[in-house]
Design a protein around this ligand. Structure first.
Ligand code: ASP
Length: 301
């Protein structure tokens, strides 16, 4: 079969000007091309890591160098990856100064007996893997200014975690199927603005932020991490796919559950099934997303 790569750049409000819209769409399209190239040469796992790493490095999204700040003004990364062939996952949580959190997640998958490694332990592993980066690449004047504004609002009591939809968004993820029918999923994020240091979102949690299973489908989620964890959104979508046999319906049903249980403006998810059908669903105003196969790329925001 022909490899298929599906990506997202986060669900949220996406009230952006035309310049930013074009930048986001171009980065998604380039990430899909990177993923397809990796799939041609290797596996679905190579494809999702390549696509997500491209988006992390771009600085365009809330992942990698573009990650948002926690309430202490620091950047902590979460990422996870799953190989549908082995049904094994690797993930890192609340880790600082890592060149590519998704590559470190893959390192956990391939070089340890663990699934999730957090904080200092993950940083130690990044040293071993040659994935440490200097701190300053994660901090920009623009982000620092936004951080000051949000902190000001928070201190004036005009801010409530659950209500502030605009504090999440722009997380990145990818799912893919390769020519042998193998499936894989990856998700990477800086989390949400002003998160508590040590807060772990859905992105490094299998079943919540991502899932991949050969013969079934692969998923990557975005939105309020706490809602995605409590909905087990990716595993729910997988169960819905087994029930309905339709990837679009499965994603729609999983999102409908989250909406009913936790309200609108909370989640989004992409998926690809074992036949290579791409799909997405969200209950937010918008979601940056796209999919591609050889000679064909579609992106939207
Ligand atoms: N799910 C991410 C988190 O809560 C945020 C996002 O999707 O933008 O960490």
């Amino acid at each position: 079969m022909r490899p298929v790569v599906v990506v997202h750049g986060g669900a949220g409000q996406w009230r952006v000007d035309e310049r930013r819209r074009q930048e986001v769409k171009k980065t998604l399209a380039d990430a899909i091309s990177e993923g397809l190239l990796a799939a041609e040469r290797g596996s679905a796992l190579d494809a999702v890591v390549a696509a997500v790493e491209y988006m992390e490095r771009s600085g365009v999204f809330n992942a990698g160098y573009g990650s948002v700040y926690a309430i202490d003004g620091r950047v902590y990364l979460d990422a996870g990856v799953m190989d549908g062939r082995t049904k094994r996952a690797g993930a890192v949580a609340a880790v600082e100064h890592v060149k590519s959190a998704v590559r470190l997640a893959r390192y956990v998958l391939e070089n340890t007996d663990h699934v999730i490694i957090s904080g200092e332990g993950a940083k130690l592993l990044a040293t071993k893997a040659g994935l440490l980066d200097s701190a300053h690449r994660f901090y920009t004047e623009e982000k620092t200014q936004r951080f000051q504004e949000l902190l000001q609002e928070a201190m004036q009591g005009r801010w409530h975690y659950k209500k502030v939809v605009r504090l999440f968004g722009d997380t990145v993820g990818a799912v893919a199927v390769d020519r042998d029918g193998n499936l894989a999923a990856a998700t990477s994020t800086g989390g949400v603005w002003l998160k508590w240091p040590g807060r772990i979102g859905d992105s490094p949690i299998p079943g919540a932020g991502f899932w991949a299973e050969n013969g079934v489908a692969a998923f990557s989620a975005t939105g309020i991490g706490e809602v995605i964890i409590m909905s087990m959104l990716s595993l729910r979508a997988r169960d819905e796919f087994l029930k309905t046999g339709e990837i679009s319906k499965a994603l729609g049903n999983a999102v409908a559950y989250a909406t009913e249980a936790y309200g609108p403006d909370t989640v989004g998810i992409i998926g690809v099934d074992h036949r290579g059908n791409p799909a997405y669903a969200y209950n937010t105003a918008a979601m940056a997303r796209g999919w591609g196969k050889q000679g064909e790329i579609y992106v939207d925001l």
